[in-house]
Write a protein that binds this ligand. Sequence first.
Ligand SMILES: O=C(O)CNC(=O)[C@H](CS)NC(=O)CCC(=O)C(=O)O
Length: 276
Amino acid sequence: MKIALLQLNVSDDPAANLVKTRALLGEAVAGGAEFVLTPEVTNCVSTSRSHQQSVLAYEEDDATLAALREEAAKAGIWLLIGSLGLKTRGGDGRFANRSFLISPQGEIVARYDKIHMFDVDINETESYRESAGYRPGDKAVVAETPFGKIGMSICYDMRFPALYQALAEAGARILTMPAAFSPVTGAAHWHSLLRARAIENGCYVLAPAQTGTHASAAHITRDTYGHSLVVAPWGEVVLDAGTAPGVYFCDMDMEECDKARAKVPSLANRRPFAAP
Ligand SMILES: O=C(O)CNC(=O)[C@H](CS)NC(=O)CCC(=O)C(=O)O
């Protein structure tokens, strides 16, 4: 089947970002994609909690979610909205970093809240405290589609292989890893992490990414790595989008999962062991 990854360079203005995302989604549909994926925080890249408070919405009011559901239904495609920053109720006021799988009827088939928060000091000038703004999820999610089960994750999750083992054990054959990756860690780790997750689980890895320098009304600049990637279950990188925003098409053949798993049945060969 033909899939398309949207590589985005969004700002912290959700309305403007929706215009861009819709245009690229239109190109993906015109190009024949049956499954389209967008990056992490498709609606808003921002590190300012006060700015997010003023522009983000609750799930039921979110204009990006409503519009993209409508587009998926109109086009009759599957759509993974890599994630949206959303307000949440009943907690401590932090946002959710939530991924959505949308059916060709425009229905929400599954939602997943990012579990692992990027609380990291990369160097003297670059540190992140994702958990200051976002409330982590605590539930792994596998979604059913006619072309195979999808194990959902987001960005920093990709560094925690136990999550993917659980997803693969639950039947996932596709692992989605939408991202807004740091350029420093991206150059060092991105391809290796994604290829490892594909190989060890015999799964397709689909990783649509944010790219470039993100404009911000709050004047806090942020750069992301780009390189939206598709890795086949045997570990080959079958798509690397480089750094330009745009629509990137790729073929996905689910028989490749069976072939890879037949060659090296590491999922089936797993063994229990006592803790060291
Ligand atoms: O903050 C937002 O708006 C949305 N969230 C993100 O962009 C998150 C947290 S800062 N980014 C990552 O997880 C990058 C992980 C990464 O770069 C690595 O694992 O090396």
